[in-house]
Design a protein around this ligand. Structure first.
Ligand code: ACO
Length: 383
């Protein structure tokens, strides 16, 4: 980005532009850095590998919102603030009750966030609002999950951390420690990721000086698509359809021959292994050793076949592939995978919204017109 706030390109100006804003720097940010060629992800200075299995989601949210990892007092203060915000306002509950049970969880989450914003949000985005909406994402989702299964939502438990409370609200049982650990690690890994499509969406809306709920609702919409956050349930569908190690090669060959994209592979920025996929692979190995055998074989074959299809263009496993194994291992139904991604990423979205408005200039690119000129108008009755 140029100092006057214009988009800038890292692409060679001599080369034709590829579309999809590839190579365009759309914002400056101190929140996270994705190094595509080396496969490195940094959250405000910290390599993701140093955070993945040791940090809590709340510590990462603090890092993103306040710019540093919390000390003991700061962490317990943030946990208390998040716990205090875990409420399900009547306006939102009424909207969730009105939705058909067949509603997709991402649609339910988007609708709940919008209803909450309508009732609760005014003015410029603030850190308090970022905490309030992040605290409520698991509450909204778990309420919807229970309602669509004919059960009443549960009261959140203030003594449980973010991941544990989400599992408790979904199942009504004391969550197992290894499930909490796995889900927490997932939430840490997915919290922010440079200028991905949903984050860019949130920043665009924030740049118009709209409110935080509108920016987050728009981001949920962007995340939902299968090219972005909608991939992991499709990975699980693929693993279910393949079923056995023996069936993997014919199934994958058939899919590729039909021009299908294999969910969980490829990435706009990574031209090396996605470090989050590396972490998730090791976690999945432990979380569900049986499913891991099939997933690993499918991964190896998919990479080999993608390479065979286009020898010059190497594709890698992305974060969504082992997400499917990880989230299934903690007992989540596959149609909650993408919405659980949002439970994590809302911390990143809100941090980006705050960063955007702190040094705002309306994001307003241009388009290249390819339509005709000077077409004479013909009145309706003469057409
Ligand atoms: N399976 C088969 N072929 C693929 C795949 C894939 N998963 N990904 C890319 N390709 C092929 C494309 O067909 C294209 O081939 P072509 O040059 O012959 O047309 C080439 O690789 C380059 O693909 P692009 O579309 O230019 O890649 P782009 O950067 O636009 O897209 C994306 C990246 C959307 C992630 C893509 O790799 C994809 O569709 N993957 C599958 C869906 C997926 O896993 N999404 C989750 C991404 S991670 C995240 O958002 C959290």
């Amino acid at each position: 980005m140029t100092p006057d706030g214009n988009l800038s390109a890292t692409v060679d100006p001599g080369k034709p532009r590829k579309g999809g804003l590839e190579g365009v720097v759309a914002a400056t940010t101190a929140l996270s850095k994705v190094e595509g060629t080396t496969g490195r992800l940094i959250y405000h200075g910290y390599n993701i590998h140093s955070l993945a299995r040791t940090a809590s989601f709340e510590e990462i949210a603090h890092l993103l919102w306040f710019g540093h990892l919390p000390n003991v007092t700061e962490l317990s203060d943030l946990k208390a603030r998040l716990a205090a915000e875990r409420t399900l306002p009547d306006a939102v509950l009424g909207v969730l009750r009105a939705l058909p049970a067949t509603t997709e969880p991402m649609d339910a989450l988007r609708t709940a966030a919008s209803a909450w914003g309508a009732a609760a949000i005014t003015g410029k985005p603030t850190t308090d609002q970022a905490i309030a909406i992040t605290a409520r994402f698991p509450v909204f989702l778990a309420a919807f999950q229970r309602l669509r299964n004919g059960m009443e939502p549960l009261e959140p438990r203030a003594e449980l951390d973010h991941a544990a409370n989400y599992l408790y609200l979904l199942n009504g049982q004391e969550p197992e420690e290894q499930h909490v650990k796995a889900l927490n690690a997932y939430l840490v890994l997915l919290a922010d990721h440079g200028m991905n499509a949903s984050t860019f969406t949130a920043r665009i809306v924030a740049s118009t000086e709209s409110d935080i709920a509108s920016a987050v609702v728009a981001a949920v919409g962007a995340l939902k698509g299968p090219l972005h956050g909608g991939a992991p349930s499709k990975v699980q569908d693929m693993l279910r359809a393949i079923g056995t190690v023996e069936n993997a090669e014919p199934w994958l060959r058939h899919a590729l021959a039909h021009g299908d994209r294999l969910p969980g592979f490829g990435h706009r920025v990574y031209k090396a292994e996605d470090p989050r996929a590396e972490e998730q692979r090791e976690m999945a190995r432990v979380a569900d050793p049986r499913e891991f055998v099939l997933a690993r074989r499918v991964e190896e074959l998919a990479l080999a076949l993608l390479d065979e299809q286009k020898p010059g263009r190497r594709l890698y496993t992305n974060v969504e592939f082992y997400t499917a194994v990880m989230l299934a291992s903690v007992g989540l139904p596959s149609d909650l995978f993408t919405a659980t991604f949002a439970v994590s990423r809302v911390a990143g979205w809100t941090a980006h919204i705050l960063e955007q408005i702190n040094n705002n200039r309306l994001i307003r690119p241009e388009s290249e017109y390819t339509g005709p000129y000077d077409v004479p108008f013909v009145p309706l009755e003469a057409r």
